[in-house]
Design a protein around this ligand. Structure first.
Ligand SMILES: O=C([O-])CC(=O)C(=O)O
Ligand SMILES: [Mg+2]
Length: 389
């Protein structure tokens, strides 16, 4: 059993939206195909991956380091003999050979993208949906059959007035989402409060609205927002300050009475552990948002979850960033607390299988081998066009 070829391409996911820190006018994304010599239904097994959103395509790192390391390895060393399958852990170790510790940045995205494709191939070789394979290997067999999801959007957009924001939030609610998320921090506080109050008119109360500052605030601004937000009783207040400023997070956690969420820009189990050690977050109340695609993949995610358990955190406190099917599989298979969803933005990467409906903010997963990319027609068409044709 061996990987015969790995292909990668950078594609555009540009759009006119902006959060408090970046606009997405030049946003790109890596897509990869890991082609194996295994045959299922008369076709070679191919695993697909992509790098979520918000970090740019990582083709150069893959081409120069990670793909050659895998292709130069003795194929026997990348096999899981017990399960007669590829070994994602051996593959991860091989990709990370001669990489120094620390400084987790763009390489974690390159490795996370390849790792997604490896797990897709592993589940396809096993003939199982990934969430079931994960539940069998790591959670005594039973996957969740439904995952809680919330609708993320509420971006700043040229020409989008308050009525546009309300229409957007209403349309998420009409599509079965209970909790919705909107951006804050690009407008001044007073204007953001008007936007929040408008959204609250349509989502049915503070418990149904999250706000996301995308790491924009210094301590003073983060606290000013915390004080202004607290009376609304929001579902959560996300990424107030710089993702690595655990001191700021600890101070805001201490002063804000509601739930906080962060972690989408922490890319290693060491960074996640530092957040839990020094960020003052509450294991009974707060939410962690690590995204496997950005943070060295599922192999590293398992280490992050182990670190959380050691610190007394349940996996139910994790609701990953990214709105993609890989995190949805991890959520169902490893019993996380839910998953982000982008009903409208970052298409065709955001969103789940075409025939999956959201009901009362819950989604099921398709009964298809792998991650389920083939069950999302627009995404599968893109992967095929860019990587296989
Ligand atoms: O705007 C972004 O970069 C995405 C984001 O923060 C989220 O989905 O929470
Ligand atoms: Mg966010």
């Amino acid at each position: 059993m061996r990987i015969t070829e790995i292909r990668e391409k950078t594609v555009s996911i540009a759009s006119p939206i902006a959060n408090a820190f970046i606009d997405f006018s030049k946003m790109t994304c890596s897509v990869v195909a890991v082609i194996t010599d295994q045959i299922r239904d008369g076709e070679p097994v191919i695993g697909f991956g992509f790098n979520s959103n918000g970090r740019y395509g990582q083709g150069a790192l893959m081409r120069e380091r990670f793909i050659p390391r895998l292709m130069e390895a003795d194929p026997e060393t990348l096999i899981d003999a017990t399960n007669a399958n590829l070994d994602p852990f051996a593959i991860w170790d091989r990709m990370m050979i001669n990489e120094k510790p620390g400084g987790h940045g763009e390489r974690s995205v390159a490795v996370g993208t390849l790792d997604m494709a490896i797990w897709d191939a592993v589940a396809k070789i096993a003939g199982q949906p990934l969430y079931r394979l994960l539940a069998e290997r790591y959670r005594s067999g039973v996957a969740d059959d439904k995952v809680w999801v919330y609708a993320a959007g509420g971006y700043y957009h040229p020409g989008k007035e308050i009525t546009g924001l309300k229409d957007e939030m209403r349309s998420y609610r009409d599509r079965g989402y209970r909790v919705c998320k909107m951006k804050i921090g690009l407008a001044p506080l007073a204007e953001d409060l008007k936007r929040i109050e408008a959204a609250l008119e349509v989502v049915g109360g503070g418990q149904n609205l999250c706000v996301d500052a995308n790491g924009r605030f210094d301590l003073k601004a983060a606290l000013a927002y915390a004080e202004a937000l607290e009376p609304y009783g929001l579902h959560w207040y996300e990424e107030a300050g710089d993702p690595l400023d655990y001191g700021l997070q600890a101070e805001v956690s201490k002063r804000y009475g509601g739930r906080m969420a962060t972690g989408e820009n922490l890319f290693s189990h060491q960074d996640a552990r530092n957040l839990l050690r020094y960020g003052g977050m509450d294991a009974e109340r707060d939410i962690l948002q690590f995204d496997c695609a950005l943070s060295y993949g599922l192999v590293e995610y398992l280490r992050t979850l182990d670190g959380m358990a050691e610190a007394g955190w349940s996996p139910r406190r994790v609701v990953p960033h990214g709105g993609h099917q890989m995190s949805l599989n991890i959520a169902a298979g490893l019993h996380l607390g839910g998953n982000e969803s982008y009903p409208d933005v970052f298409q065709p990467f955001g969103g789940f299988a075409d025939d999956v409906r959201v009901e009362d903010s819950l989604v099921g997963l398709p009964d298809a081998p792998g991650v389920g990319f083939e069950r999302k027609a627009a995404l599968y068409a893109l992967l095929k066009r860019e990587l296989l044709d």
